[in-house]
Design a protein around this ligand. Structure first.
Ligand SMILES: C[S@@+](CC[C@H](N)C(=O)[O-])C[C@H]1O[C@@H](n2cnc3c(N)ncnc32)[C@H](O)[C@@H]1O
Length: 369
């Protein structure tokens, strides 16, 4: 007999789920293709972990993150040609009732394709995830390419040390949901020390105690990002703010092992339309704020400014402009040419020399105003 669904969706969860869906959607074919390309060396396998899985479905019928990840895979246009890849899902949840509900939801999916397996562990994230990492390194084996979604209620159970260990493996990506408001609030309160040590993997968070407001928030976020970036496998750390009507400040923080992962993360962010009362924002390298919105309403002026700040009056190529876009701004490469460079050329801000061809391939560009 099925249990009633007792759990409500938090106001920010729908937006969070859309980012997750969008990221996994893009991650699967890229990583699967990569796994297939080295099939002669290792069995093509991908691991998707939900470290704080929840009940699987909420009142109102909305799916939780484990069902979202599975749904993305099973309905993916690329799935029929990925029969040679084993997809392993690991869902960790410590609340027995939530686990029972999650099991029912997974069973209701029926028999899964033979290359898809689901393991549900009823246990503490730290122990279960730690044991997985131990077993992956015990005999020198390398963990399979992994995506981990780490989405605790509060912050006290997500350990930076563990995430850092995962991220030391090649081809692993982590998406953290960081409830920054809560961290901000609890810094300086007695009894939070070990949780904060665990979250940050160091004691530097103590410096935030003397700070207030935005300064404290910025410090705590930057420290989190810096700690994540210390992991050997992490090439890029990107965070996005999720603003909600309830006034809380949540961050989605990606720890990414390769540039393609970064491009996927950006696509995921831009694919999420603003919801009522929730929007995303990020800043460029030089601090300009970018508000995410419907593609045609977004101003790319901060991107043009960032390029100007980077290249000044020097000549640059489209490849250099793309690198700057991907690495130093929240914008996507797809927003560079037609939305940013072409209009700038048209109004005489940008000089472009082309050796014959139209477009920007082989072109040299420089700002003249
Ligand atoms: C924010 S909810 C997760 C929601 C889920 N990711 C989703 O999007 O549908 C956090 C979940 O983590 C579980 N949890 C909290 N601490 C945990 C721990 N130390 N180990 C495993 N699960 C934990 C809670 O019971 C709760 O279901």
């Amino acid at each position: 007999m099925s249990h009633p669904v007792l759990w409500n969706l938090d106001p920010h969860t729908a937006a969070k789920h859309r980012v997750l869906r969008s990221y996994v959607e893009a991650w699967i074919p890229v990583m699967a293709q990569q796994a297939l390309s080295v099939a002669h060396v290792e069995r093509p396998r991908l691991l998707l972990i939900d470290g704080f899985a929840g009940p699987g479905r909420y009142s109102g019928g909305g799916p939780g993150s484990p069902l979202i990840m599975l749904d993305v895979l099973l309905n993916h246009a690329a799935f029929p040609r990925l029969g040679g890849v084993n997809f392993m899902f690991l869902f960790i949840e410590h609340d027995e009732r939530r686990v029972a509900h999650l099991r029912e939801e997974i069973s209701a999916l029926g028999t899964l394709p033979p290359n898809v397996s689901v393991t549900i562990e009823c246990g503490e994230f730290d122990e279960t995830f730690g044991a997985l990492l131990d077993s992956a390194t015990d005999d020198g084996r390398i963990l399979v390419p992994t995506f981990a979604f780490i989405d605790p209620f509060g912050y006290s159970t997500a350990s930076m040390t563990l995430a850092g260990r995962l991220l030391n493996f090649p081809r692993c990506e982590v998406l953290f949901f960081l409830p920054l408001s809560f961290v901000h609030r609890f810094v300086g309160r007695a009894g939070q020390e070990s949780a904060l040590n665990s979250l940050y993997g160091c004691e530097d968070w103590r410096e935030a105690i003397d700070l207030q407001g935005d300064e404290r928030r910025a410090f705590l976020l930057e420290l989190f990002e810096a700690q994540l970036a210390k992991s050997a496998g992490v090439k890029h750390v990107r965070s996005f703010q999720l603003r909600t009507q309830d006034g809380e400040d949540y961050r989605l923080v990606f720890g990414l092992g390769h540039r393609k992962g970064l491009e996927i993360a950006k696509d995921a962010m831009w694919a999420v339309d603003p919801l009522t009362g929730a929007s995303y924002r990020a800043t460029t390298e030089s601090g300009q704020e970018v508000l995410f919105g419907a593609a045609d309403t977004v101003s790319t002026v901060p991107l043009l400014d960032e390029l100007r700040a980077r290249f000044g009056r020097d000549w640059f190529t489209i490849v250099q402009a793309e690198d700057c876009t991907v690495l130093d701004t929240p914008f996507r490469v797809g927003q560079l040419r037609r939305r940013t460079l072409q209009p700038a050329e048209k109004v005489g801000v940008l000089e472009v020399t082309r050796p014959g061809r139209t477009g920007f391939v082989d072109a040299r560009l420089r700002f003249i105003a």
